[in-house]
Design a protein around this ligand. Structure first.
Ligand SMILES: Cc1cc2nc3c(=O)[nH]c(=O)nc-3n(C[C@H](O)[C@H](O)[C@H](O)COP(=O)(O)O)c2cc1C
Length: 241
C-alpha cells in the first residue's frame, strides 16, 4: 500500500501538526505501508493559473514546471493521501489549497452525475484511493475543524476518493507543553499511531481511537488562562529587551 503525505505547516517537523502526523505515519509504516512525506514549505507549488490547459490542450498534463510534475505520478499511484494542516483562519493553509487546486489534471473536463450531483470523471490511471485529514488548531473547541471537514469531505466527492476520517487535535499548542512537562499525554501519540496501523490493516480507523487523539487536555477556563498568561509574558519579555 502506498501512502503519500503532505504536511503544510510552515513549522514543518517542529510544529504541532507534526506531533500527530509523525506517530500516525509510524503506525502506517509498522502495518506495512510504503509512506512518503512532503513538506509543502520545501516544495515549489505555484497556484493554479486557471487556463484549463491540463483539460484541453495537453489533457492530464499541467503546463507549470514546478514540483507538481514530480508529485503527479506519486499522487496517481498512492492508495492514501494524507493531508496534514494546521487550521489557518478557519481553513486549510494556503500552500495546501494550492496543492489541492493543482489536482485538476487528474480529473476530466466532462460532467457526470454521481449521487445526484454534477462531478468530473477521474482520468484513467489515477487510483480511487482514500484521503485522511490531520489537523490541529489553537482554539479550544472541536468545532474549529468543521469548515475543514466540510471542505475535505466535499473534495473527496469531487476527486472520487473515499474520506477515511480525520485526526483532529483541538487546543493543539497545549500538547507540546504538556509533553515537555511529562504530563500524561502518551495515550494521544499511541492512539495516533494505532489509527495509522488500523487504516492500513483494517481499511478504517475506529471512532474510539480518533476520539482519544482529540480528547480534552485541560478545561476551557484553564486553557484560556494559560494562553493569556503565556502571551502576556512573551510580550513583557520582548518589551524589556
Ligand atoms: C495565520 C494563522 C491563522 C490561524 N487561524 C486559526 C484559526 O482560525 N483557528 C484556530 O483555532 N487556530 C488558528 N491558528 C492557530 C494554529 O492553528 C495553531 O497555532 C497550530 O497549533 C499551528 O500548528 P503548527 O505548529 O503545526 O503550525 C492560526 C495560526 C496562524 C499562524
Amino acid at each position: 500500500m502506498k501512502v503519500l503525505a503532505f504536511n503544510s505547516s510552515p513549522r514543518m517537523d517542529k510544529g504541532n501538526t507534526a506531533m500527530i502526523l509523525t506517530p500516525f505515519l509510524e503506525g502506517m509504516r509498522e502495518a506495512g505501508a510504503e509512506v512518503e512525506l512532503f513538506y509543502t514549505k520545501k516544495l515549489k507549488i505555484n497556484p493554479c493559473q486557471g487556463n484549463f490547459i491540463c483539460w484541453f490542450k495537453t489533457p492530464g498534463k499541467c503546463f507549470q514546471k514546478d514540483d507538481m510534475q514530480m508529485l503527479y505520478p506519486k499522487l496517481r499511484e498512492a492508495d492514501i493521501w494524507v493531508f496534514a494542516t494546521p487550521v489557518y483562519v478557519d481553513g486549510i493553509t494556503g500552500p495546501m489549497k494550492s496543492l489541492m487546486d493543482r489536482l485538476i489534471p487528474l480529473i476530466q473536463p466532462f460532467f457526470e452525475m454521481r449521487d445526484d450531483h454534477c462531478r468530473h470523471p477521474l482520468r484513467e490511471g489515477t487510483k480511487h484511493g482514500k484521503i485522511v485529514l490531520i489537523s490541529n488548531c489553537g482554539f479550544w473547541e472541536m468545532d474549529n475543524f468543521d469548515p475543514l471537514l466540510v471542505h475535505i469531505k466535499a473534495a473527496c466527492k469531487n476527486m472520487k476518493r473515499e474520506f477515511a476520517g480525520a485526526l483532529l487535535r483541538p487546543h493543539g499548542p497545549a500538547l507540546r507543553g504538556m509533553m515537555e512537562r511529562e504530563a500524561p499525554v502518551d495515550d494521544i501519540f499511541e492512539a495516533a499511531k494505532e489509527a495509522g496501523r488500523q487504516l492500513v490493516r483494517d481499511g478504517e480507523m475506529s471512532v474510539k481511537t480518533l476520539d482519544i487523539v482529540s480528547r480534552t487536555l485541560m478545561s476551557l477556563d484553564v486553557y484560556v488562562q494559560k494562553i493569556n498568561q503565556y502571551d502576556q509574558e512573551t510580550l513583557d519579555a520582548l518589551e524589556k529587551k
